[in-house]
Design a protein around this ligand. Structure first.
Ligand code: NAI
Length: 329
């Protein structure tokens, strides 16, 4: 069976080939993202495999359907980039990888917190240049700080367990409480209280119409002075312009983001020789207390193994007509 795989890098191809022996699928790997223009590349494929920044909207799905595509296999957990109604109306199934390694993402959130706080990225560069000064490298103890977690699903729960080990007080907001976390000593509070009480806020909820710009001018106004905000979930959870304003007024003391509202034009590419046109990312890069990584929280060997094997199993279930465990409805 032919599968068109979009937004691929060499490492994606490597992992798909590593696990293809038992399947013998014929992959067409495309570096380009899927959108309504590139959808024409699927003319001989029954399955398309896409990632976080592929644009699988109504227009794209129309072209996919006309080309005979029957399955959209997301090799990620979030599915905010797929128009599910359009897919259903064209009888195209959508599958995803709901949980491949919550540890990978939760541990990266910790990496952002520790780096922003203890400034190891700056210390590394300083010491390599023979500068052994500690000036401006002062951090704070995580012990006894209040950490607010928004979204306590797979990743948020794993994050809570890790940060608990640092001796933090954990408060959380979710539309559904997680009993395991209550047993761990996590206190569920309202969203407003998370914003008000937290020294560090970490976002782990999906992006949808309820959560878009959950961090905005008015929620930032209620936060503690110098709050640290960490986003490893989806860029549009934060209103970027409002976050920039919060950084300028010093209300936000630290911002660590692995995802960015307009990341589809930037992330995963080497743009070091290009003139970057995105004014907001350039402004964010100008702050000494902002740390940006390029959607790499998922990127561990264990997660790549899981993403690839589960994606191939999802496709196999579709091919053999068995029940598809990871279908998105
Ligand atoms: P999950 O589905 O296990 O958990 C999401 C949690 O958010 C659930 O407990 C749900 O009840 C909660 N939630 C839903 N609506 C909410 C709302 N309005 N307010 C507060 N909480 C709400 O998902 P998982 O696996 O924990 O992933 C979370 C997000 O992380 C994904 O949606 C995805 O956007 C992002 N992600 C980012 C990656 C990266 O590399 N940076 C990799 C994988 C996922």
């Amino acid at each position: 069976m032919k599968i068109a795989v979009f937004s691929t890098k060499s490492y994606d191809q490597e992992y798909f080939e590593k696990y293809n022996d038992e399947h013998q699928y014929a992959f067409s790997f495309y570096e380009t993202a899927l959108n309504s223009d590139t959808a024409k590349l699927t003319s001989d494929s029954k399955v398309v495999c896409v990632f976080v920044n592929d644009v699988v909207d109504k227009e794209t799905i129309k072209v996919l359907a006309a080309n005979g595509v029957k399955l959209i296999a997301l090799r990620c957990a979030g599915y905010n980039n797929v128009d599910l109604e359009a897919a259903e109306s064209h009888n195209i199934k959508v599958v995803r990888v709901p949980a491949y390694s919550p540890e990978a993402v939760a541990e990266h959130a910790l990496a952002l917190i520790l780096t922003l706080n203890r400034k190891t990225h700056k210390a590394y560069n300083r010491v390599r240049e023979g500068n052994f000064s500690l000036k401006n490298l002062i951090g704070f103890n995580l012990h006894n700080k209040t950490v607010g977690v928004i979204g306590t699903g797979q990743i948020g729960a794993t994050f809570c367990k890790i940060i608990k080990g640092f001796g933090c007080n954990i408060i959380a907001y979710d539309i559904a409480e997680n009993q395991e976390l209550l047993d761990l000593g996590v206190t569920y509070v309202s969203l407003e209280e998370v914003f008000k009480q937290s020294d560090i806020i970490s976002l782990h909820c999906p992006l949808n119409k309820h959560t878009k710009h959950i961090v905005n001018k008015s929620s930032i106004a209620t936060m503690k002075e110098g709050v640290m905000i960490i986003n490893t979930s989806r860029g549009a959870l934060i209103n970027t312009a409002d976050a920039i304003e919060g950084l300028i007024t010093k209300k936000i003391g630290y911002l660590g983001i692995d995802v960015y509202e307009q990341e589809e034009n930037l992330f995963f590419e080497d743009l070091s020789e290009h003139i970057i046109q995105d004014e907001q990312i350039l402004r964010l890069l100008s702050f000494p207390n902002v740390l940006i990584t390029s959607h790499q929280a998922y990127f561990t060997k264990e997660a790549m193994d899981q993403i690839t094997t589960i994606t191939l199993e999802n496709i196999k279930s579709f091919e053999t007509g068995s029940e598809i465990a990871n279908e998105v409805n």
